[in-house]
Structure formats: C-alpha cells, structure tokens
Design a protein around this ligand. Structure first.
Ligand code: ADP
Ligand code: MG
Length: 226
C-alpha cells in the first residue's frame, strides 16, 4: 500500500539546512497496524506528513497503491488525502463553533456528498465511536476523550483505507487512552490500515509492528510478538 524509497526531507533554516528525514525506506501493507516511536524532534510528524500527502519529500519516491504520487499536483494530492486517508491529531483539530455532527460532516462536504447523506453518515460514524448522545454538542462541551472520538468519527466518515494518527492519546489520561486505542484496534480488525505515532509503550503495544525513528533514520522495525 505504502512504499517509501530513499525518502529525504530537508528544511532551510536561515543559512543552515536541516536534514529531518535522512534515508527512509519503508513498506507498509494493507491491513497493518503500525506504531512509530522515537524522541521528540526525530522526524516522526514529518514522516507522517509525507505519508499523508500533507508535505512533499525533498527527494525519494513515494508509491501509494502502486501510484507514484511524487508527481501529483497539489489538487490531486488533496483528493487522495480527502478520499483515501483519515487523519487524527493530538489536539483533536475540531472546529470550535461546529457541533460534533457538523465537524464529522466536513470531509464529506469536501467530497461533494449531499446534505441528507452527509447527516446520515455522520450520525452513523458518531454511533460507531459511541457518541450517539453527543451529536449536537459543541467541542467545548465534550471531554478530551469524547473530542478525540469525534475526530475519529470524522476520520472514518469517507471510509478511508488508511488512518494516520499523530500522538492521538498525547493529550489524554491513560484510561481514556485505552478506550481510544480500542477504537483504532476495532477499525484495524475491519481491515483499515492504521499508522500512529506515540511516545507511550502501552499505546504502541496495541500495534502489530513498531518502527523506531532516530534523527531521521529508521532505527528498528519489528513485528510485535504476542
Ligand atoms: P517529531 O514529530 O518526531 O517530534 P518533527 O517531524 O515534528 O519531529 O520535527 C523534526 C525536526 O524537523 C525538528 O527538529 C523540527 O524542529 C524540524 N522541523 C519540522 N518542521 C519544520 C519546518 N516546517 N521548518 C523547519 N524545521 C522543521
Ligand atoms: Mg511530532
């Protein structure tokens, strides 16, 4: 599904060049559940942004479903992003003035889905994450765990094959983290590929494969033994 070959990413900061991803070679197959770990600043989010087509690599090749997307224009990338990839972030990234339901409807607005179907699918997604009772609440009327579940509902509403979650439990207590990880586990069992970044071993332990990143390199890449 995902094939990264000799991917690098550099940023120019003043006169200096910062090599954030140095030489990433990585294959992730459909249906995998992968955790990416590593110290702060090691390039985890940059790698996720490249995988999620939010950012272009400086060099290297990226095949997504065998398509070379390095050559895609911004518009085409946005389409891939919206229709094939769900995103979940540490700080939830919900729009504060929209209800849970309207937040979940957003990716479908971009995908051109009609109003009635949007609402129906948004309700179903919220039901799936256990939030049927909270559809008309605003984000600030929800707990952290509930906000993250709204974000997960939003990420799955276009039925993406791939979900990318950058420190999805980073702002949550450990009990709430467990319930969020159970959601990702359930989605993965249904066949969705899940890639997440975490600092916490207990969170990474839900994944079937753990990749460790150091200074823009892959330090280790191991299947989890259970
Ligand atoms: P992590 O998610 O592992 O903490 P990041 O991928 O966010 O690491 O960042 C890796 C390095 O790249 C850091 O040193 C960070 O400061 C730098 N960096 C990230 N984004 C930019 C940017 N847009 N411009 C310059 N430097 C950046
Ligand atoms: Mg990060």
């Amino acid at each position: 599904m995902i094939e990264l070959t000799a991917i690098t990413k550099s940023y120019k900061v003043g006169a200096e060049t910062l090599d954030v991803l140095q030489d990433i070679n990585l294959t992730i197959n459909e249906g995998e559940f992968v955790a990416i770990m590593g110290p702060s600043g090691s390039g985890k989010s940059t790698l996720m942004n490249v995988i999620g087509c939010l950012d272009n690599p400086t060099s290297g090749m990226y095949l997504l479903d065998k398509e070379d997307i390095s050559a895609y224009k911004d518009e085409e990338l946005a389409k891939v992003r919206n229709l094939s990839i769900g995103f979940v972030f540490q700080q939830f990234q919900l729009l504060p003035r929209l209800t849970a339901l309207k937040n979940v409807e957003l990716p479908m607005i971009y995908a051109g889905v009609g109003k009635k179907e949007r609402e129906e699918r948004a309700r179903q997604a919220l039901e799936k994450v256990g939030l049927s009772e909270r559809v008309n609440h605003l984000p600030n009327e929800l707990s952290g765990g509930q906000k993250q579940r709204v974000a997960i509902a939003r990420s799955i509403v276009n039925e993406p094959k791939l979900i990318l979650a950058d420190e999805p439990t980073g702002a949550l207590d450990s009990k709430t983290s467990v319930s969020i990880m159970e959601q990702f586990t359930a989605l993965n069992k249904e066949g969705t590929t899940v890639i997440l970044v975490t600092h916490e071993q207990e969170v990474a332990d839900y994944a079937k494969r753990i990749i460790t990143v150091r200074d823009g390199f892959i330090l280790s890449d191991e299947e989890q033994v259970r």
